[in-house]
Design a protein around this ligand. Structure first.
Ligand code: SF4
Length: 427
């Protein structure tokens, strides 16, 4: 089957999805999430990313209907913050014309840069089709998610998944149930041809437990029975999962088939004006080229379609100053929620505190993370952190990864100074 390429002057060229989505198909538009700064709408972009003109539209929608703040989530979704019920309805109506640029099915995370026709690409396509079956989809928990990780340049190890397929060498894929790659339960291995059948059988077994069941709720014996029946190549085992050859980070990234300018909004969040500025810079540099912005795990924005010298210009452009473009940027060591003043629930200004930690060099030197949360909801909690600092009405409570208290403090800096040496993270 050939796919027509549509040329629209307003959004450039793109490949349409096979069938238009019905109105209301996006649960996050119709069921936005309540946060401390109003409602939040989450949009999952097409796997190849969004044309730059569509990203500009998102910025306009955030300014017009929200509080002007956008995020790239830890799974690489776009989030528009600070909406009301009325403004969400208006946003929903205005975005209707470009819904074909977004995905609305079961959450399925995969490497968007994987080669077309590869085992991974075929697995993703098969699982995407399988998971659309209403008899299965409607029986799974709302946050049910699947990861297909080809071990390639997008590090999906920290992304939570109910069912994870991870390439494991020797033409086998490991199956991991629940949690992230490290803490999930390794069930065994299948050949690529059986990957979709195994995922389908496991999803069915989880759905049978109940409407809110997750991968962690499925017992290993039950999982093995289901997988053995569905996938003849299934074998149990616990061989080590191979390391990745390379992982995309910020900066100028050269993949086998394309080069990328990769940016990350500081602390995962940007104002619409910053996003507009970077799109202006892309338009100025790229001219008539068709450019896509592909958001991925790790809150990364990969700009696709630029030449190497264009990438260098973009990464050093003034408009890139609100983004992280170098992998030694200390802001990468901080996970922070919106905080005060963006969020009414916040007990402190997480971003100002983060900037002070950066200025004073109070950050881990071992690649670990400091987590700053304006309140106990921990909207930006990373999979792991050297210390979690949680805002309270009377100060800051510090915890380790296991929830053990590390003390109560007046200022975030005091908490970091006192707690990080014991975590072995500070120089
Ligand atoms: S964790 Fe942060 S963003 Fe989330 S509700 Fe609390 S203060 Fe607001």
């Amino acid at each position: 089957m050939t796919t027509a390429v549509v040329d629209r002057p307003d959004i450039g060229s793109f490949e349409p999805r096979p069938a238009p989505r019905r109105r209301g198909a996006c649960p996050s538009l119709h069921h936005p999430m309540q946060t401390g700064d109003g409602l939040l709408v989450r949009l999952t972009p097409a796997r190849a990313g969004l044309p730059s003109a569509i990203v500009r539209e998102l910025a306009k929608l955030a300014e017009r209907h929200g509080n002007g703040l956008l995020e790239v989530s830890t799974r690489g979704n776009w989030q528009i913050r600070g909406l009301t019920s009325e403004s969400t309805a208006a946003l929903s109506s205005e975005i209707e014309g470009v819904l074909d640029q977004f995905r609305f099915g079961l959450t399925l995370d995969a490497n968007p840069f994987t080669a077309a026709g590869s085992d991974s690409a075929r697995l993703v396509a098969a699982i995407e089709e399988m998971s659309e079956h209403p008899n299965l989809k409607q029986r799974l928990a709302p946050k049910f998610s699947i990861v297909v990780d080809d071990g390639g340049c997008i590090d999906l190890a920290g992304v939570i998944a109910d069912i994870r397929l991870r390439w494991a060498a020797s033409d086998r894929w490991a199956i991991v149930l629940g949690d992230n790659e490290e803490s999930g339960r390794l069930l065994g291995y299948v050949r690529p041809a059986d990957g979709c059948a195994a995922v389908s059988a496991l999803a069915e077994a989880i759905a049978e437990i109940g409407p809110n069941a997750r991968g962690r709720d499925l017992s290993l014996p039950r999982a093995q029975i289901a997988t053995t029946a569905a996938a003849s190549s299934f074998e149990s085992g616990a061989d080590p999962i191979p390391e990745r050859a390379m992982t995309i980070h910020v900066g100028h990234i050269r993949l086998q088939d394309e080069s990328l300018a990769v940016l990350s909004p500081a602390y995962g969040m940007m104002h619409a004006s910053s996003l507009n500025a970077i799109i202006d810079a892309i338009d100025e540099i790229a001219g008539a080229r068709q450019i896509r912005l592909c958001t991925t795990a790790g809150r990364l924005i990969s700009v696709r379609g630029l030449d190497d010298h264009h990438i260098e210009r973009l990464l050093t452009h003034e408009a890139a100053r609100d983004f992280i473009t170098k992998d030694d940027d200390p802001r990468l060591s901080i996970a922070a929620c919106a905080g005060h003043p963006a969020c009414d629930c916040a007990h402190f200004d997480t971003h100002a505190a983060a900037d002070r930690l950066v200025e004073r060099g109070l950050l881990p030197h071992d690649g670990s993370t400091v987590h700053l949360s304006g309140c106990e909801k921990e909207c930006a909690r990373p999979a792991h952190a050297a210390v979690h600092l949680i805002g309270r009405p009377n100060g800051i409570d510090a915890f380790d990864d296991h929830g053990s208290s590390l003390g109560h403090f007046t200022e975030p800096e005091d908490a970091v100074v006192s707690t990080l040496p014991s975590a072995g993270g500070i120089a």
